[in-house]
Write a protein that binds this ligand. Structure first.
Ligand code: PRX
Length: 651
């Protein structure tokens, strides 16, 4: 495809990238699939090759076949409408509801009494919910929301921890056609407020508190603070969970349990257009304002169902544990919707992976007989630090597949995971994807030959490539921009209320292709090696945080005149933040006081996700003549690397 690129932003090129890739690609070990996995796989090697071919020659036919696996109230007239690109439409005029596919259709089958969710609290109590339990619980919430005046298209903010309520409430919104906006329960009051206000949510659903690392997190108090400035919110539903006293005096607060009292357990799931919105999920970009990524009912369910069934080879008998939080896309697609659509059993754990001891995850796997574990490199590296004797204490023999997501997995962590958790029996599915892609994009299936550190190749029906700034494919072994060249059904449809921004960020720099924001290299076998972001977005322990967001949090402090933030490598978390600050005139506090105060300020503004390595105080910052901070100069100095082109540097 002939594409024209805008002049690349020199500040986007990270100086240490080449070194990192070389180190990664020196990894030469090959891991061949286990015969028994291949024989019984949902997709065998032959069918896989055919699927890759069909995805290229008949993209629409490929995805149409995938859509046929699900239930539709009315079949589509057309698989893909490209007429208003990049606002692609999938399964045009098809009528469906993702919650119908995740619940309603199962309760008409043998799955009615099958366990849908196994939940373990941090204190170690287990709860099992069958498909029928979950169906009835979400019907009740759908009825309650309806009686509160929530209608199709209205936004509901869900600010809940990793407990069954979150799945129930997401499904309830989907059932009645409301758009959920889940806000991760680690976000601060200010972050919650901004997201609630951007979405103009009518209702917030939360809990009194929850357990994390032996402490009670008082979530309702965070909501109280946000609610001082959330004018669109008419009702806040509070579930009792941690049993702590909370102030319910504001007329907008109601107890979840009171609302459910006497509520009907039946609800007629609303028929939605395939393109009707299902959820908004905010993610970081290069400006201070998070992007409300919008997904829809039709294509999203097709994409997550097909990827989960092939990549994790989901079977009726599986117990699938994705250890992410439902507050992120991973949890939306592969804790809640994907596993339930597939009719499998999904595991949810409320607490911290190291609580009370570093063997908690292995304990959970052994206790429930988990067959597939999907986690993040940062978690693996953290667990590695405590030694292999922890997993060795447990019978992990039920595991048959492992997965990784969120950042590149270094070969050392890959091998440790493979040997000590999978006991040499479980291939590792390293899945590359994003909030925007909705589903796995670059990923192996269990029958592929794996190279530790590579996410393999594009999933069938996904057309990805590595290109230079002009959009031309780069030679083998050279780094470039990762792009997706054809639409896919689970793609984001828009940035909520910001269509121009959607076009500008993803589709304008190289017209006709989706720009992922990641850098990658393809090797001689066509394997993709992901190298991190090409833009000013950090990946701290798998969490995406824009440097601009951190900087704007800092400059809102009365002592700070200017701030710059860069990512620096960290053994466990992949990357953490290093901050440079210019203080306002006359600020003369001791350095310790300054650092503690600014760290606390970031935490208050953004929540605990931003892990700061250090804050250093400067007289000036390197800038371009147009006044843009050159973060790559700071980064090169910090890491002792080549600074590169300085022609645009002003000072
Ligand atoms: O940089 C890539 C990294 O995470 C980014 C997407 O972040 P988010 O939207 O929060 O979604 C995370 C979970 C899907 C990507 O742009 N990333 C995600 N998975 C991988 C990865 N980097 C390398 N390898 C992966 N497997």
């Amino acid at each position: 495809m002939e594409v024209v690129a805008k002049e690349p932003n020199k500040e986007e090129v990270h100086p240490e990238r080449e070194e990192t890739t070389e180190a990664l690609m020196n990894e030469k070990r090959l891991f061949r699939p286990l015969p028994e996995l291949v024989v019984n796989a949902n997709i065998n090697p032959n069918d896989y090759e055919n699927a890759v071919r069909k995805g290229k020659t008949d993209l629409e036919g490929f995805w149409e076949e995938a859509a046929m696996e699900l239930d539709w109230f009315r079949k589509w007239d057309k698989v893909l409408d490209r007429s208003d690109a990049p606002f692609y439409k999938w399964f045009v005029n098809g009528k469906t509801n993702i919650a119908y596919n995740a619940l309603d259709r199962h309760v008409k089958t043998h799955r009615k009494n099958k366990v849908a969710i196994i939940f373990e609290s941090e204190a170690g109590q287990r709860t099992r919910m069958t498909y029928y339990d979950l169906y009835r619980a979400s019907n009740m919430v759908a009825n309650a929301l309806t009686s509160l005046g929530v209608r199709k298209g209205d936004r509901v903010a869900i600010y809940l921890p990793n407990i069954p309520h979150i799945a129930i409430c997401m499904l309830a919104c989907a059932k009645l056609g409301a758009v959920h906006s889940v806000v991760y329960a680690g976000f601060s009051a200010i972050a919650l407020r901004d997201r609630v206000n951007d979405a103009q949510a009518k209702v917030i659903i939360t809990v009194d508190g929850f357990h994390r690392n032996g402490k009670v997190i008082k979530l309702k108090e965070v909501v109280d603070e946000a609610m001082l400035d959330c004018p669109t919110v008419e009702t806040v539903i509070v579930a009792k969970w941690a049993d702590i006293p909370v102030d319910m005096s504001d007329g907008r607060y109601v107890w979840y349990e009171d609302l459910m009292e006497g509520e009907s357990k039946s609800f007629e799931t609303v028929s939605m257009d395939a393109e009707d919105p299902l959820f908004i999920l905010y993610t970081s970009g290069t400006t201070g304002k998070p992007k409300g990524i919008l997904h829809t009912h039709g294509g999203y369910q097709v994409g997550i169902n097909r990827t989960l069934k092939w990549v994790f080879d989901i079977k009726e008998t599986d117990i699938f544990w994705c250890s992410a939080d439902p507050g992120w896309i991973t949890g939306h697609s592969y804790i809640v919707y994907g596993p339930l659509i597939a009719g499998t059993t999904t595991v949810m754990y409320e607490g911290h992976p190291l609580y009370p001891t570093p063997d908690r995850m292995w304990q959970i796997i052994a206790k429930y007989g988990v067959t597939i574990l999907y986690t993040a490199p940062t978690t693996i590296r953290m667990l590695m630090r405590f030694g292999a004797h922890y997993p060795k204490k447990y019978d992990l023999s039920t595991l048959r597949l492992l997965g990784s997501v969120g950042e590149p997995i270094n070969p050392e962590a890959w091998i440790w995971y493979y040997e000590n958790v999978g006991n040499h029996n479980c291939p590792i599915m390293d899945t590359w994807w994003q909030t925007e892609t909705g589903m796995f994009m670059i990923t192996p299936v269990p029958s592929n030959v794996l190279k530790p550190g590579s996410a393999y190749k594009p999933f069938p029906g996904v057309q990805a490539d590595v290109v230079d700034a002009k959009g031309n494919p780069v030679p083998t072994g050279k780094g470039g921009f990762l792009v997706i060249k054809e639409p896919w059904p689970a793609m984001a449809r828009n940035i909520y209320k910001e269509p121009e921004r959607y076009k500008e960020v993803y589709w304008s720099k190289m017209p006709g292709v989706y720009l992922t924001g990641d850098m990658a290299t393809k090797d001689e076998d066509g394997y993709f090696w992901l190298q991190g972001r090409s833009d000013d977005v950090l990946n701290i322990a798998g969490h995406r945080i824009g440097t601009a967001e951190i900087e704007s949090a800092l400059v809102s402090h009365k002592w700070v005149a200017e701030a710059a933030c860069i990512g620096v490598p960290d053994k466990i978390r992949g990357e953490i933040a290093k901050i440079f600050v210019i203080l306002k005139e006359g600020v003369e506090e001791d350095e310790d006081i300054l650092v503690n105060e600014l760290k606390a300020h970031i935490r208050k503004k953004m929540g605990p996700l931003v892990i700061v390595k250090s804050i250093s105080f400067q007289d000036k910052l390197p800038k371009t003549r147009s006044g843009k901070i050159m973060r790559r100069v700071l980064k090169a100095e910090e890491l002792g690397l080549k600074v590169g082109d300085l022609s645009t540097l002003d000072n």
